[in-house]
Write a protein that binds this ligand. Structure first.
Ligand code: UDP
Length: 490
C-alpha cells in the first residue's frame, strides 16, 4: 500500500452506458487493489446497479467510492429516469443522451472546486472529451480509456488517415486497410456510423475525440498485448502512450464467472434457471445467444433466429434484450408455443442474463454474439468460440479480429451494418434461419476445423489469464501506469 503522502487518488469518469460502466467498475477494483483510492463519477440510478459490487470490494478493504451527480434528463429533453443508454425508449434519443452526459461537466467542476485535495489523475471515457478542459482547469493529469481493441483503434486510424473509404465507388466495394500487419478488408457499409456518414455532426464528434486523446497523457485500453501484439505495436507507433490492462473483468478472479456472487450467496431467478439448464447439459454443448445491452432488432429478424436455433438441434440459452422484447415477438412466441416446443432444449431469458457466468460454465460451447468488445473479451477469457453477427459501431472490426486474425469464430454472414438510429424503420431480415443453423453446425462440428478453433480459443484464454497474473503483461502495465502518475504528481 502507498504511504499517506504519496497516496494516489484516481477519478474515473465513465460514459453512462452499461458496456462502458462495466469495465470502468472493474478498472476501479483493479486500481484499488493496487493501493489507489478510486472515486467513480456516477448518477443515482447507475450507482444502484453497481452498489453491491462496490460493497463487496469495500468489504475486501478496497478504497472505492462513488461520487453521484444528478443526471439532467429533463434539461436535455429526455424522459425522466433515462440515466443509462439502455433505458432510452428508442435509439432516436441518443443525441439527447450525449448532450445530457456533456452537461455533467459543470457539476463535476463545482464539486472539484470544493475539494481540499484534488485527485491525482482523471481517467476519462473517450466519449467524454470535455474532461480535457476539466483536467487542464484543475491541472490534473488525465488519461483516456478505450473500451475497444487496438485492432479497431489501428484500423480506424489508418482508414481515417488514408481516407481509403472515401475513394470506393459504392457502399459494397471492398477496400484494403493500409499499413496493417494482415490484409484486412472492409466495405464502407461495414464501417462505424461516424466513418461512413458524411455528416458535419459526426466529423465534429470524431475531431473532438481525437483532440481529447491528443490532450491526454496516454491511453488505457481494455485488451492484452498477447492477444493482438502486432496491432498493439502498430497502434503504439501512431498514438500517445498506450497501456493495455485487460481483460479487466478477469483481474478479479474471486468474482469472475461465479454464479451467485452476491454477498448472501443468493442466486436470482434467471441465474438459477440458467445454472440448472447448464448443469443438465453436456460439456461444450450449449449455444449462448446475446446481442449486448443496446440492440434494437426487429421481430421479423428475431423470429428467423428463433427458428434457426430450433433447427440446429443444439441446446441454447437465448437472451432477448429489453428493447428487443416487442409485443409482436411476444405474440409470435406465444402463438408458436415456442417455449413449450423447445422445453428442455432451450432457455429464453428476457431482459438481462448473467453473461460472464454463462460463458464461463463448462457446458457452454459457443457464443452467438453481436461482437461488442466486452462480449468478445468475455468469450476470449472463457475460451468460448464465437458465431459473429455484427450489427453496428465497431462490431465489424471485432468480427475481423475474431474470425480472420484470431481464428476463433465463424461468420453468420451479415455483410452490412444496420443503422442504430433506424432499426425499426423496416423489418429487414439480414440473416435467415438456414444461416443460423449452418453457422451453429459449423461452429460445433467435431471435425479438424472445429477442433482447431476450440483449441485456439483455449490457448488464448490461457494467455488472458497469464496477462492478468502477478507479473503478467496487463498486471505490469497497470503498475507502470500507476507509477508514472505517481512520479508526475510528486
Ligand atoms: N451483458 C450482460 N447480460 C446481458 C447483456 C449484456 O451481462 O444480458 C453485459 C456483457 O457481459 C457485456 C456488456 O453487457 O459486459 C455488453 O457490452 P458489449 O461491449 O459486448 O456490447 P454493447 O452493450 O456495447 O453493445
Amino acid at each position: 500500500m502507498a504511504s499517506q503522502s504519496n497516496q494516489q487518488h484516481f477519478l474515473l469518469v465513465p460514459f453512462m452506458s452499461q458496456s462502458h460502466l462495466i469495465p470502468f467498475i472493474e478498472m476501479a477494483k483493479l486500481f484499488a487493489s493496487n493501493g489507489v483510492i478510486v472515486t467513480v463519477v456516477l448518477t443515482p440510478l447507475n450507482a444502484e446497479r453497481f452498489n453491491m459490487i462496490v460493497d463487496q470490494a469495500k468489504a475486501s478493504n478496497l478504497k472505492i467510492q462513488f461520487h453521484l451527480l444528478p443526471f439532467p434528463c429533463v434539461e436535455a429533453g429526455l424522459p425522466k429516469g433515462c440515466e443509462n443508454m439502455d433505458t432510452l425508449p428508442s435509439p432516436k434519443y441518443q443525441p439527447l443522451f450525449f448532450a445530457a452526459c456533456n452537461m455533467l461537466k459543470e457539476p463535476l467542476e463545482n464539486w472539484l472546486s470544493e475539494l481540499e485535495k484534488l485527485p491525482t489523475c482523471i481517467v476519462s471515457d473517450i466519449c467524454l472529451p470535455w474532461t480535457s478542459n476539466v483536467a487542464s482547469k484543475f491541472n490534473i493529469p488525465r488519461v483516456v480509456f478505450h473500451g475497444i481493441s487496438c485492432f479497431t483503434l489501428l484500423c480506424s486510424h489508418n482508414i481515417n488517415l488514408s481516407k481509403v473509404h472515401e475513394r470506393v465507388d459504392s457502399m459494397s466495394t471492398l477496400f484494403v486497410v493500409p499499413d496493417l500487419p494482415d490484409t484486412i478488408e472492409f466495405t464502407k457499409a461495414q464501417l462505424p456510423e461516424a466513418m461512413k456518414q458524411d455528416s458535419e455532426a459526426w466529423k465534429e464528434a470524431i475531431d473532438q475525440f481525437k483532440e481529447s486523446e491528443l490532450s491526454s497523457q496516454g491511453i488505457l485500453v481494455n485488451t492484452f498485448e498477447e492477444l493482438e501484439k502486432n496491432y498493439v505495436r502498430g497502434y503504439e507507433k501512431v498514438a500517445k502512450k498506450v497501456w493495455c490492462i485487460g481483460p479487466l473483468s478477469l483481474h478479479d478472479k474471486l468474482t469472475f464467472g461465479k454464479f451467485g456472487k452476491d454477498d448472501k450467496g443468493l442466486i436470482n431467478d434467471s441465474e438459477s434457471e440458467c445454472l440448472k439448464f447448464l448443469i443438465s447439459n453436456k460439456a461444450c454443448s450449449v449455444i449462448y445467444v446475446c446481442f449486448g445491452s443496446l440492440s434494437f432488432i426487429p421481430a421479423s429478424q428475431l423470429k428467423e433466429l428463433a427458428l434457426g436455433l430450433e433447427a440446429s438441434n443444439h441446446p441454447f440459452i437465448w437472451v432477448i434484450g429489453k428493447n428487443d422484447c416487442s409485443v409482436e415477438l411476444e405474440k409470435w412466441l406465444k402463438e408458436e408455443n415456442f417455449g413449450e416446443r423447445n422445453k428442455g432444449r432451450g432457455v429464453i431469458i428476457k431482459g438481462w442474463a448473467p453473461q460472464v457466468e454463462i460463458l464461463s460454465h463448462p457446458s457452454t460451447g459457443g457464443f452467438l454474439s453481436h461482437c461488442g468488445w466486452n462480449s468478445t473479451l468475455e468469450a476470449i477469457s472463457c475460451g468460448v468460440p464465437m458465431i459473429t453477427w455484427p450489427l453496428f459501431a465497431e462490431q465489424f472490426f471485432n468480427e475481423k479480429l475474431i474470425v480472420q486474425v484470431l481464428k476463433i469464430g465463424v461468420r453468420i454472414g451479415v455483410e452490412v451494418g444496420v443503422d442504430p438510429m433506424d432499426t425499426f424503420k423496416d423489418e429487414k431480415v439480414l440473416v435467415k434461419k438456414e444461416d443460423v443453423k449452418m453457422a451453429i453446425e459449423k461452429l460445433m462440428e467435431n471435425g479438424v476445423e472445429g477442433e482447431q478453433r476450440r483449441n485456439r480459443a483455449k490457448e488464448i484464454k490461457y494467455m488472458a489469464y497469464k496477462a492478468v497474473e502477478d507479473g503478467g503483461s496487463s498486471d505490469s502495465n497497470c503498475k507502470l501506469f500507476i507509477q508514472e502518475i505517481l512520479e508526475q504528481s510528486s
